[in-house]
Design a binder for this molecule. Structure first.
Ligand SMILES: CC(C)(COP(=O)(O)OP(=O)(O)OC[C@H]1O[C@@H](n2cnc3c(N)ncnc32)[C@H](O)[C@@H]1OP(=O)(O)O)[C@@H](O)C(=O)NCCC(=O)NCCS
Length: 140
């Protein structure tokens, strides 16, 4: 993992690779590339590059003052289990723009164990949380 680099410089991201993963993911099936590009442009993003190739990604949607929402966290299948997601999370929790926030949120289907290492907990006030959810928004 010596060649693994975590960068927040979007010019170094492989947008095609990020889109390929996200459009096939369980949480944003069918998302168009243009929306992925707009989301990246308006977020604080973290790319995991192995020998320069995009092997992982995470996106913090944030005001850089009080709140962040962590989204689109992934590591490509062939490089899972090597600590790359932990490297991404280490970079996220250490980032200067994400310090002192009042709340950081995320939604996950099964990766609770990963995030628990970084202080995330299942909310005990879930009945206060509301959302408009359109899971099939990109499906024709
Ligand atoms: C979840 C995911 C990002 C983990 O990436 P990874 O690079 O394989 O993870 P790491 O090797 O850094 O290990 C993560 C740690 O979290 C743990 N973990 C808990 N739940 C996990 C899960 N569902 N998948 C993978 N690891 C999980 C691992 O056991 C590991 O713990 P350890 O260090 O004590 O062994 C990757 O499996 C992935 O992209 N999955 C598909 C997309 C996804 O579900 N993303 C999360 C959306 S919220």
């Amino acid at each position: 993992m010596d060649a693994l680099e975590i960068t927040t410089d979007p010019r170094r991201f492989d947008i095609a690779a990020i889109h390929r993963f996200l459009t096939g993911s369980y949480w944003s099936p069918g998302i168009p590339r243009a929306l992925v590009e707009r989301a990246i442009a308006n977020s604080l993003c973290f790319g995991a590059l192995l020998g320069g190739a995009q092997v992982g990604f995470a996106r913090a949607i944030t005001d850089k003052a009080t709140f962040a929402y962590l989204a689109d966290v992934f590591v490509v299948e062939e490089h899972r289990g090597k600590g790359i997601a932990r490297r991404l999370m280490d970079a996220i929790v250490a980032h200067p723009d994400l310090q002192g926030l009042r709340r950081t949120m995320l939604i996950t289907r099964d990766a609770h164990g990963l995030y628990e290492r970084y202080g995330f907990r299942r909310v005990d006030d879930a009945d206060r949380i509301m959302a408009v959810t359109r899971a099939d928004v990109y499906r024709k």
